[in-house]
Structure formats: structure tokens, C-alpha cells
Design a protein around this ligand. Structure first.
Ligand code: GLU
Ligand code: MG
Length: 630
């Protein structure tokens, strides 16, 4: 989750004075990288996945689970092989890299070294993921397990933490979660507090409740202490922050404490990275819907299936003025989105790009735009960066205010890494042998490594097909935003339609231009498996199979990859459930469930046990995985 520097973090009151300093040096740092690396060619395809885990303590005797806040006890042990290798003490490449995440109960793993461009690399992914899960588990406290649930279903309910703590800490001031839930590194409590301070209030998250037959209507959450007035900020709920018929959450942990599956690619040069960024942007909402696995928040069934909006609201540091609720007085502009959201503009200058696709009125910092243009950066890239740079730096370390802009990219990364968007364009770190990269960020983590591998492999193969066939997925960016909203709906995969482009082969120029750019609402099945009509969109999976046919892949490898593609295909057709549908069904069929939307401790215990059993291959769930053997 971005950079981790040590030092004295500044309170927002002080940090904001340095915002322009950080922005201005951040852009100088970008320019230094840009000058040095813009012409770099022929980097190899390297890629890696990132899996985030929730660590849960399972007490089999009491039949009770709790979130384990003990990840920092085990992290150094997990990281030792990497440290030894980097220090030259060991010749053994690490099997995995481990990073902390926002939650003190979270872990993040990536393969020890990036995967390469071969098909053999693709078939190793699943075993590598399984090995990582095993490694994590092997060092944990007895009873603690890493699970790949997007969130802990009862996060924010009483008596769910190990060790336990009272809510209402200084950083998040939440009535539900204590500060001890946050990664103890100074960056994270500061980020939490400064988002709240900048916004001028606690973050406000409301997800619609899933109305079951015994759920009161309207639903007014009885677990909110409506009458208690111990702290000023507890009043916010009563004063309208907590909406009826919604699950109310008041802290960053509810969002940034969620787990995802991300893929990062190294492109062969900057132009390819920009092209991949653009082509993957319309794919992001589609994959959010297909991987949806988050039907429960704070002990309640929600009427949404995915995490995205919760995280967006959980880090929304915009003031009332910036949200358009009050006239502009102290702030520079009204901002349409949270820092965590879908992208606002395409950035590639290849000849399939047309200005009309960037149909959102892009907000950007004029001075930064001018500086970039004056330094030879083209319009689209300059606008992209000047757009990211409308945000303030949230965490500034006093000792790191003045840096050598030729040597460091800390100030650039400060802004870049707190723009958490669906895709991210990543310049090379200074003086590294890493190239221009793109990160695909929308997917939700899946229960099993089989699924996580399948989705990773799918995205990698899709990028190969995009590059090999020169595919053109452009649709207006506002339609991508509409797809993001659709992707959240309960059961979106089978019930809703998404905008997608019909003709993706740019060479097909025998029709008039309007026709070539046509897009329409398609079912998930049509987007993934193809439209059943002449001139229709061929579908991701058929495109990938055509790509594989054009290579000299051996039969065994092809069979293995096909198994992954089949999973994606069956998810899209509705033959197999999404994780969200599966988990919702698990709750609804649980003997303790009262049909009142409440996900009790005993149901949570069974969810966690089941999630682990499925991931370990101890139980089979054909409705989720078909006859695939995880
Ligand atoms: N956990 C966040 C998510 O679910 C992503 C954090 C990160 O950028 O690593 O999207
Ligand atoms: Mg992460």
C-alpha cells in the first residue's frame, strides 16, 4: 500500500502548509524520472499479483472467531528471507514478499520475484499462491489463520478483536472500532486522522441494508448507541450521518481494511504502459462485478455485493465545499470523486484514442499542468498528473520535507499512492531497473487460490490479447463510471447490463466511423463469452482463445490455462456463483439466521471456517467452483 517512510508525521494543521511544496517537488521528481526514462524501450513483460488477507483467530472450543490484531508479531519472521537475500546473506530468492496493510489484522503477499512472460509462469501462479497461504499460516499464533475474505463480516461489532480494545481512539474517533485496529506505523494513524481533519468530520459510510422478511422497515440500526453522548463525534450518527435503511460505518478501517487482488504489469515502454492503462480502464468495473465477494458489513447483510464504494467513502477527505454542499470559500474547487475511485481520463496517444472518449470534465491543477507542458510532457499525460495533483498530501514527515528531487520520488509518490484508482500508471522508481508499469486494482480477493490464480491469469492473458491483436476497448469514460455503479448492485453479474464496445478490431474500417465506435449495454455473459451475432463483440474468453491459438503453447499448459478461463466463463454466464452470492446464501441458509439481515457471531464463525475449509480444499462447493479441484 504505497510507501512507508519513518519520521515525525505532521498534524494536518501543519501538513497543509506544505501541500504546495510537496506538489511542486513531487512534479520535479516526476520530471526527473520522465526525462531519464521516457525513451527506455524493450523492458520485458514482468508481472505480479498482490493478495491481501484477513487474519482471524478461530476458537474451536468456544465456536467463536475474532479478528487477530497480532500480525505485527509474525511479520518480521515472514520478511526475513527477503531481508537476507537483499543483504546478500542468502542466495536463496525469497518465495514470497510480505507487506503490512492498513489493518493491524491484514497481510499482503506477492510472489518473491516477478513472473515472466512465458506460459509456464502462468501455470505456477496457483501453487505460488497456495505456498504463500501455507507460509503465512505456519508462523501464526495458534488458532490464527489467514483467510481471503474481503472483509471480516463483524468488523466493528463488540467483542470481535483479539486482544480487545475500546473504540473511540484519537485517530479515527470511531464509535465502532478502536485505533488499535490500525497498522501501528505512524503513517497509518496519521493518514486516518488527517483525512478526518481535512474533511472536517468523521468519514461517513452508508451501505443499503439487505431487507429480508424479518428486517424492520425502516431499518434503524439498534446497535448504534443513539442515546449515548460520551463524545462529540458520536453525535454525528444521530445528527444524520447514520441513514435509515443503511449500514452505517464511521472509520477508514471499514474500507481500507478490505482485501483485494491486484495485478501489476511492467510494459515494454511508456507508450505500451499508457495503452494498457487505457484498455484496462473499461475492464475494471466488469472485473469488480465478476469478482464481487462482499455482501456483509458490520454484522449485517448489505444490498450490495462489493467493497469499492465503502473504501471510496472511507478515505473521502473532501470538505463540504469540495463535495459541493457549501459554496466555495476556503477550497479551490468542487471535486467530483473521492481519492479512491474510478479513473477520470484516458492517457494514451496511440491512434485508436479519440478525444471524445474523455467526456468527463477533467479537474486538474493549472500550474502543474503548465509546468509539465513547459517541460515537454504531452497534453494527456500532463493532464493526468495535474489531475492526480489536485489532491493534498495527507501524511508528511517533518524530516523528509527537503529531498534531492533527482534521487527521490517520495513527494511524487505521496500524491500518486494516495490516489487509489481502478488502474494506476506507475513511473519507474528512480535509479532502479524497473520499467513503466500499470496496476489493475478493481478485483476483490477470492476465497481460494484457484480463483485468485484464475482471475490473475485471465487478466494477464487479456493484456496479451489486447497487445497482440491491437484491441480497442475504448468507450466514453462516463460510461465506465456508470459501469462502476452497476458493478455494485446485488447480483449484477446475472441481473444487470454493462456498456461495452462492439467492434474492438481497429483494422475494421469498412464502415462509417460512428458504427466503428458503437457501444451498447451487454450482459456479463456477452462481454465475457461473446455476443451471439454477426458483428457482435467476440467476448474476452474467445479473444483469449484466439490469442492462445496464435501461439505455440503446448497442450498440457493450454489445458491448465483453459481450466482457469472456464471458471471465469462460467461465473459470467451465471452457471457458477460469485463469492458474494455464495456468502449471502451461506448466511441465508444458516440455522441461526433469523431472516433479519443480522450476521451473528455464530454465523461468522461458520463463514470463516467454511472460507478456510474451501481454501484448503477440505470441502467442495460446486456452486462456486464447479467441478474444478482447488
Ligand atoms: N485494500 C485496498 C482494496 O481493497 C487496496 C489497498 C492497496 O492499494 O494496496 O482495494
Ligand atoms: Mg495492498
Amino acid at each position: 500500500m504505497g510507501l512507508l517512510s519513518l519520521g515525525t508525521p505532521l498534524h494536518w494543521n501543519d501538513a497543509q502548509k506544505y501541500a504546495d511544496h510537496i506538489r511542486s517537488h513531487g512534479i520535479d521528481q516526476f520530471l526527473s524520472i520522465y526525462r531519464a526514462r521516457k525513451d527506455q524501450q524493450k523492458d520485458n513483460l514482468l508481472w505480479g499479483d498482490e493478495i491481501e488477507y484477513v487474519v482471524v483467530n478461530v476458537d474451536k472450543e468456544k465456536q467463536k472467531t475474532k479478528l487477530s490484531l497480532r500480525v505485527f508479531d509474525i511479520l518480521p519472521g515472514l520478511q526475513q528471507p527477503e531481508l537476507d537475500y537483499n543483504a546478500g546473506k542468502s542466495k536463496q530468492e525469497p518465495e514470497a514478499l510480505w507487506r503490512p496493510e492498513y489493518g493491524r489484522y491484514m497481510l499482503e503477499s506477492t510472489p518473491g520475484v516477478p513472473y515472466g512472460a512465458t506460459f509456464k509462469d502462468l501455470v505456477q501462479v496457483e501453487n505460488n499462491m497456495k505456498r504463500r497461504r501455507q507460509l503465512a499460516k505456519s508462523v501464526m499464533h495458534p488458532g490464527d489463520i489467514p483467510v481471503t475474505l474481503v472483509n471480516y463480516p463483524r468488523l466493528g461489532c463488540p467483542n470481535e478483536l483479539l486482544p480487545d480494545h475500546e473504540p473511540n481512539g484519537q485517530a479515527c474517533q470511531s464509535m465502532f472500532v478502536p485505533d488499535e485496529i490500525i497498522n501501528p506505523h505512524a503513517r497509518f494513524p496519521t493518514l486516518t486522522a488527517n483525512i478526518r481533519r481535512r474533511r472536517g468530520a468523521k468519514v461517513e459510510i452508508n451501505m443499503p441494508i439487505y431487507h429480508d422478511k424479518n428486517t424492520p422497515k425502516p431499518f434503524v440500526d439498534p446497535t448504534i448507541p443513539w442515546d449515548r453522548e460520551l463524545f462529540d463525534h458520536d453525535k454525528e450518527a444521530k445528527e444524520g450521518a447514520a441513514k435509515p435503511d443503511h449500514i452505517y460505518m464511521d472509520a477508514m478501517a471499514f474500507g481500507m481494511g478490505c482485501c483485494c487482488l491486484q495485478i501489476t504489469f511492467q510494459a515494454c515502454n511508456i507508450d505500451e504502459a499508457r495503452r494498457l492503462y487505457d484498455q484496462l480502464a473499461p475492464v475494471a468495473p466488469i472485473m469488480l462485478a465478476l469478482t464481487a465477494a462482499t455482501p456483509i458489513f458490520r454484522g449485517y447483510l448489505a444490498d450490495v455485493d462489493s467493497r469499492w464504494n465503502v473504501i471510496a467513502a472511507s478515505v473521502d477527505d473532501r470538505t463540504k465545499e469540495e463535495r459541493g454542499l457549501e459554496p466555495l470559500k476556503n477550497n479551490r474547487r468542487v471535486i467530483n470523486k473521492s481519492r479512491y475511485d474510478s479513473i477520470d481520463a484516458y492517457i494514451s496517444t496511440d491512434d485508436t484514442y479519440k478525444d471524445k472518449y474523455n467526456d468527463l470534465d477533467l479537474l486538474y491543477d493549472e500550474d502543474i499542468y503548465k509546468k509539465l507542458m513547459d517541460n515537454g510532457v504531452d497534453d494527456l499525460l500532463a493532464k493526468h498528473l495535474a489531475h492526480l495533483f489536485i489532491r493534498d498530501p495527507l501524511v508528511i514527515f517533518e524530516e523528509l520535507l527537503n529531498l534531492d528531487d533527482e534521487q527521490s520520488s517520495d513527494h511524487f509518490e505521496n500524491i500518486q499512492s494516495t490516489n487509489w484508482q481502478t488502474v494506476r500508471f506507475k513511473p519507474p522508481p528512480p535509479h532502479s531497473n524497473i520499467g513503466w508499469r500499470v496496476e489493475f486494482r478493481s478485483m476483490e480477493v477470492q476465497l481460494t487460490d484457484f480463483e485468485n490464480a484464475a482471475f490473475s491469469v485471465f487478466i494477464v492473458l487479456l493484456t496479451r490479447a489486447i497487445l497482440s491483436f491491437g484491441l480497442n476497448f475504448y468507450i466514453p469514460i462516463t460510461k465506465v463510471d456508470e459501469n462502476m455503479r452497476t458493478a455494485h448492485r446485488r447480483g449484477a453479474v446475472t441481473k444487470d447490463k454493462f456498456y461495452f464496445r462492439k467492434n474492438v478490431f481497429e483494422s475494421n474500417n469498412n464502415k462509417n466511423e460512428e458504427d466503428n465506435d458503437a457501444f451498447e449495454l451487454m450482459t456479463m455473459n456477452e462481454i465475457v463469452n461473446g455476443q451471439n451475432e454477426e458483428d457482435g463483440f467476440p467476448g474476452f474468453i474467445p479473444l483469449i482463445h484466439s490469442y492462445l491459438n496464435s501461439t505455440n503453447i503446448d497442450i498440457e499448459t493450454r489445458c491448465k490455462l483453459t481450466k482457469y478461463l472456464d471458471l471465469i466463463s462460467k461465473r459470467a454466464s451465471g452457471e457458477l456463483m460469485t463469492g458474494a452470492t455464495y456468502l449471502r446464501q451461506l448466511v441465508k441458509r444458516h440455522p441461526d439466521y433469523q431472516h433479519d439481515s443480522v450476521v451473528s457471531p455464530s454465523i461468522t464463525y461458520d463463514i470463516v471456517r467454511t472460507a478456510d475449509d474451501i481454501a484448503q480444499g477440505h470441502i467442495r462447493v460446486p456452486e462456486l467452483l464447479g467441478d474444478f479441484d482447488p
